[in-house]
Design a protein around this ligand. Structure first.
Ligand code: PHE
Length: 340
């Protein structure tokens, strides 16, 4: 009779399991049959009504039945999990569904300007070389004909690391370094950082970027310089740029010039960007001084050369209509993203 009862329970459990479709239902079944006040517990209580000699056998049968029920429920749980997995695997993924917008990184506007400038000069045959930001007085000053009593030497304008060693104040030291390294003819462009002891304001930063150009070969003259700079500035600002030379002085070039280009803000008619002049200054240039050629081991009677140094930060500011240089170095990605 107990046996029949247990058998009936087992059938009942199986019927309930067959109908269950989720974990909650399975847990309900477990509680109903195996829980503290479940069916099995009820059957156990009835043992007391049996003759003492029959009780051990009955207890054993109930335990066996309880274990069997447990195993059935576990099997059902496993089967359900497998079924759910297969359903998920069979889900279709719509690969044409638009993705969430990805935030793309971008090159810094200074980097883009440096690459544009170097790319143009490379297509003309110039080689890109990088110098060291830490320089010796010899390359930063002496070999460039900047005498020891020149104001730039006094430590007011320069960051010295130790006597004789400083952060380069311009990219021009690479003129001498490259000439020392290879014989003429030579055409190099040097993009990079330079440092001067300037107080930070909207137009000044103690760290800034320059591009140095140097061409040395027999018969090189100012016309080649002006042509190259005109092409370079047209590459950076557009096809209608003109270039103007104003007489100037640099110890390492003779003659020397300040380089102006048509103000891209107004096309030359005068505006706030150019202070009404129609021109913006972009750098310095000139014919390499014979002493500098000699200092580097070149023969100034055999070869001539020109050099220029263009300030990139100002160019970027004008290109992107930025009126405070600090914007370029604070690197707020939200701001940089607007400078396309
Ligand atoms: N080195 C100069 C400067 O930083 C610019 C320059 C470069 C001038 C090459 C002449 C020739 O101001």
């Amino acid at each position: 009779m107990l046996k029949d009862q247990l058998k009936a329970l087992e059938q009942e459990v199986q019927a309930a399991l067959d109908a269950a479709t989720d974990d909650v239902a399975l847990e309900g079944i477990r509680l109903r049959f195996l829980g503290r006040s479940g069916e099995i517990t009820n059957v156990r209580k009835s043992i007391g009504t049996l003759a003492p000699a029959e009780r051990p056998e009955a207890g054993k049968a109930i335990n066996t039945a309880a274990a069997a029920l447990e195993a059935r429920i576990e099997a059902a749980r496993h089967g359900l999990a497998l079924k759910q997995l297969h359903e998920r695997l069979a889900e279709r993924i719509d690969v044409t569904f638009p993705a969430l917008p990805a935030r793309m990184g971008s090159l810094h506007p200074i980097r883009r300007a440096l690459e544009d400038a170097c790319g143009y000069l490379q297509r003309l045959g110039f080689a890109v070389v990088l110098g060291n930001e830490v320089e010796t007085e010899r390359y930063n000053f002496d070999a460039l004909n900047i005498p020891a009593d020149h104001p730039a030497r006094e430590g007011l304008d320069s960051f010295y690391l130790r006597p004789g060693v400083l952060l380069r104040t311009h990219t021009s030291p690479m003129q001498v370094r490259t000439m020392e390294a290879v014989p003429p003819p030579l055409a190099v462009v040097v993009p990079g950082k330079a440092y001067r002891r300037d107080a930070i304001d909207a137009r000044h930063s103690p760290m800034f970027h320059q591009i140095e150009g140097l061409l040395v070969a027999p018969g090189i003259h100012l016309g080649h310089l002006k042509g190259t700079l005109t092409g370079l500035l047209r590459e950076l600002f557009g096809a209608s740029q003109a270039v103007r030379f104003r007489p100037s002085f640099f110890p390492f070039t003779e003659p020397s010039a300040e380089v102006d280009t048509t103000c891209p803000g107004c096309g030359g008619s005068g505006c706030k960007t150019c202070g009404g002049s129609g021109w913006i200054e972009v750098g310095g240039a000139g014919m390499v001084h014979p002493d500098v050629l000699r200092n580097a081991g070149y023969d100034p009677t055999a070869v001539q050369g020109w050099a220029f140094g263009i300030g990139i930060d100002r160019i970027v500011m004008v290109r992107h209509d930025v009126d405070d240089i600090r914007v370029l170095f604070e690197n707020d990605p939200r701001v940089l993203a607007t400078l396309r």
